[in-house]
Design a protein around this ligand. Structure first.
Ligand code: SF4
Length: 265
């Protein structure tokens, strides 16, 4: 059945909406990797869909589905913060200076999700500081947002991979329950996945950022858009314009959803 939100998105030509198939109520991590593929949008009379375009197929992803994930899924904010601060569930605990839990408005409409802390974040225990953080702040300001007002910022990994290497699948698997619980507690109206790892983790997809930009996805009922990570933009300045387009796209979608549907909380 097509929801009012889906119709609004389609009428704005922001669709199609892609959903994870087979996920239920709780965390993506608990839904079963075998079912974690993206299903195409429903056909809406009079609305042009991307017919013929194959759905993004998620790879098998070994997520942490044991007792630990179940316990994390029941935590309130204080317990969750303590769990992250004392976490030794993967080898990154041995090399980190600080855990980087996340920062911002715990009832935010916007949730921005990045990859993992860098050196400065590790030193300060806060996500998106330094040059990339300043760029992000400027981008948020350009669409009328501030990082602590109506916005929450978190990473997939809460500890820094040494030398800023890419996160390992095992690290993502072990740390994902923390992010999943943050999302459940915040209940944002929109998620912006910044960079490949954030998008791939939340959507269980191995698709490229370029192919996911400009589309509306959904994570556990929350609209999700994909854009570049600010650290990537610092190295590829011409793509800043694309990131700007993505944020404008996200803002337009959120405004329409808020004006067209009853607030979720
Ligand atoms: S990266 Fe995540 S799972 Fe690994 S030690 Fe840090 S908090 Fe724990």
């Amino acid at each position: 059945m097509t929801s009012r939100r889906d119709l609004i998105i389609e009428e704005m030509e922001l669709g199609p909406v892609w959903r994870l198939r087979g996920t239920t109520g709780g965390a993506v991590a608990e839904s079963g990797a075998a079912e974690a593929s993206l299903e195409p949008p429903q056909s809406i009379p009079g609305v042009k869909n991307r017919e013929g375009e194959p759905p993004l197929v998620a790879p098998d992803t070994a997520m942490d589905t044991g007792d630990r994930a179940t316990q994390i899924a029941r935590m309130a904010w204080p317990e969750l913060k303590h769990a992250v601060a004392s976490c030794d569930a993967c080898a990154l605990c041995k090399t980190r200076k600080n855990t980087v839990f996340g920062v911002g408005d715990e009832r935010a409409d916007w949730l921005l999700v990045g990859e993992a802390p860098g050196a400065e974040e590790d030193a300060r225990g806060e996500p998106f500081v330094g040059q990339a953080g300043r760029l992000l702040d400027n981008m948020l300001a350009a669409i009328g947002l501030q990082r602590r007002a109506g916005v929450y910022i978190a990473n997939v990994l809460k500890c820094r991979p040494p030398g800023n290497r890419n996160p390992e699948p095992e690290e993502v698997s072990r740390c994902s329950p923390h992010l999943i619980r943050q999302i459940e507690l915040i209940r944002p109206k929109l998620i912006v996945a910044m960079g490949r790892f954030a998008a791939q983790t939340l959507l269980h997809s191995d698709a490229s950022i370029a192919s996911m930009r400009g589309r509306m996805f959904e994570y556990q009922g929350v609209p999700l858009v994909v854009t570049y990570h600010p650290a990537y933009l610092l190295r590829n300045m011409p793509d800043k314009a694309k990131a700007w387009e993505d944020l404008v796209f996200a803002r337009r979608a959120l405004r329409s959803l808020i004006s067209g549907a009853a607030p979720a909380h």
